[in-house]
Design a protein around this ligand. Structure first.
Ligand code: GDP
Ligand code: IMO
Ligand code: MG
Length: 420
């Protein structure tokens, strides 16, 4: 009997609490694997005194026996990955469990330069990227000039691929001097690749050997469904596939290997970066969410835009992922609001509308308000511990999204969870 791949992924615009939810589910798995994105991700976990913000390494780092895999669909900044591993080793994490697929692509210093230059050229139309070169690295992969981690293992091949990619980048900009000195970059990258060498494996064999041995794999999403390249709020998206479909292309497995999909929804909505956000608040309630939820970017420190739970977007995301169940996070953050809103409909000129129309001037949302609650709920461990108003709110969300909620989080620490 072969193993199975379950998944935990975000169903809003990222930062839903994937890190802490993966940390919770991970105890039932042998391997936790990232299938896409790069160090644009920031996944926080808190276990006792240990607080980590993981970028590339899967969020099971604090489970000593779980294997950690950075899959083929990811993009890896070599020096960033080494720094992250060093930081984890400092807090006692056994980093010999971390493996990187040879098919993952590398993010070069050039990509960061190109990312930031494209953002400033876009002006008012900027995406608000993390500036980490993610878009240009994926673009080079699609253009078939990217460099895989596997190619870094052969020094002369790596050197010639670096020269070729730098030439392509120089042809793409009016002023080639924007890029870092080639020789220096080459030396640094060769040194970094040599240090990462032992952790680079055949990414397809890695997954399939474990499936054949009956091991259980948990796929960890990065970013969120509404940032997905194909189905998100394009063009204000990231450059990778964040939905469940990305598990197949990012780990190299067929759909028959996929088991349960757990979609994470925050009890309200946040977005960092530009682009449409139908349920965004610009009032005291939005300020409350930002302050109480500590909604500041893990990677860039930017204040996150905050708004009500958007049930239209959540239903759309649940459908795109085929979610079997939901983990609802940060419920505690809503305490202290007189009323809590839920976006239940989008309209444009009197007719139902979709997220794709959210930028147009005659776009409007329908909001349903429920009573809020004042009680602190961080110590609740059973649904029965929650105030009636909180229970009415979650039951309404469940009905509107149409998928059962099986886990609720009421604080950032590992134990601050309620099972349905
Ligand atoms: P991710 O990118 O989806 O992993 O989410 P982030 O880690 O970027 O952002 C979620 C933030 O909320 C982190 O700082 C978490 O520690 C915190 N967090 C997660 N769950 C809860 C919760 O239930 N309540 C509160 N108050 N904070 C939480
Ligand atoms: P986690 O995994 C929130 C957003 C950026 C920007 C857009 C494109 O922590 O949820 P990029 O640098 O990817 O080209 O930026 O996507 N973005 C995220 N927002 N959480 C993330 O990751 C994000 N990763 C990218 O803010 O709007
Ligand atoms: Mg994050």
């Amino acid at each position: 009997m072969s193993g199975r791949i379950d998944a935990v992924l975000g169903m809003q615009w990222g930062d839903e609490g994937k890190g802490r939810i993966v940390d919770w589910y991970a105890r039932g798995y042998d391997v936790v694997a990232r299938f896409g994105g790069g160090d644009n991700a920031g996944h926080r976990i808190e276990v006792g005194e240990t607080k980590l913000a993981l970028r590339l390494v899967p969020s099971a780092a604090l489970h000593p026996t779980v294997e950690l895999f950075v899959g083929s669909g990811c993009v890896v900044n070599l020096e960033g990955a080494l720094d992250e591993l060093a930081r984890l080793a400092e807090v006692g994490v056994d980093i010999s469990r971390v493996r990187f697929s040879d098919r993952a692509h590398i993010v070069l210093p050039d990509h960061g330069v190109l990312d930031r230059a494209a953002e400033s050229a876009r002006g008012e139309q900027r995406i608000g990227t993390t500036g980490r070169g993610i878009g240009p690295a994926y673009a080079d992969r699609v253009s078939r000039i990217g460099i895989t981690l596997g190619e870094t293992l052969d020094e002369s091949l790596f050197r010639s691929r670096l020269r070729a990619i730098r030439s392509a980048h120089e042809r793409a900009v009016p002023e080639p001097s924007v890029f870092p000195d080639f020789r220096e970059m080459e030396d640094r990258l060769l040194a970094a690749a040599a240090r990462l060498r032992a952790a680079i494996v055949d990414g397809v064999a890695y997954v399939h050997d474990r499936l054949a041995a009956g091991k259980r794999i948990l796929a960890e999403g990065a970013q969120g469904t509404l940032l997905d390249l194909s189905f998100g709020s394009y063009p204000f998206v990231t450059s990778s596939q964040c939905t469940a479909g990305g598990i197949c292309t990012g780990l190299g497995v067929g759909p028959s290997a996929i088991g349960r999909i757990i979609g994470i929804l925050k009890a309200y909505t946040t977005r960092v970066g530009e682009g449409p956000f139908p349920s965004e608040l610009h009032d005291a309630a939005g300020e409350h969410l930002r302050a109480a939820g500590r909604e500041f970017g893990t990677v860039t420190g930017r204040p996150r835009r905050c708004g009500w739970f958007d049930a239209v977007a959540a239903r759309y995301a649940a459908a795109l992922n085929g979610a079997h169940a939901i983990a609802l996070t940060k419920l505690d953050v809503l305490s202290g609001l007189d009323r809590v809103g839920i976006v239940t409909g989008y309209r444009r000129g009197g007719s139902p509308a979709t997220l794709a129309e959210a930028g147009s001037p005659d776009f409007a949302v329908e909001i349903e308000y429920l009573d809020g609650w004042n009680e602190e709920i961080g110590s609740a461990r059973r649904l029965g511990d929650l105030p009636d108003a909180t229970r009415r709110y979650i039951s309404r969300l469940e009905t509107l999204v149409g998928v059962p909620i099986e886990l609720f989080s009421v604080g950032p620490e590992r134990e601050s969870l309620i099972r349905a």
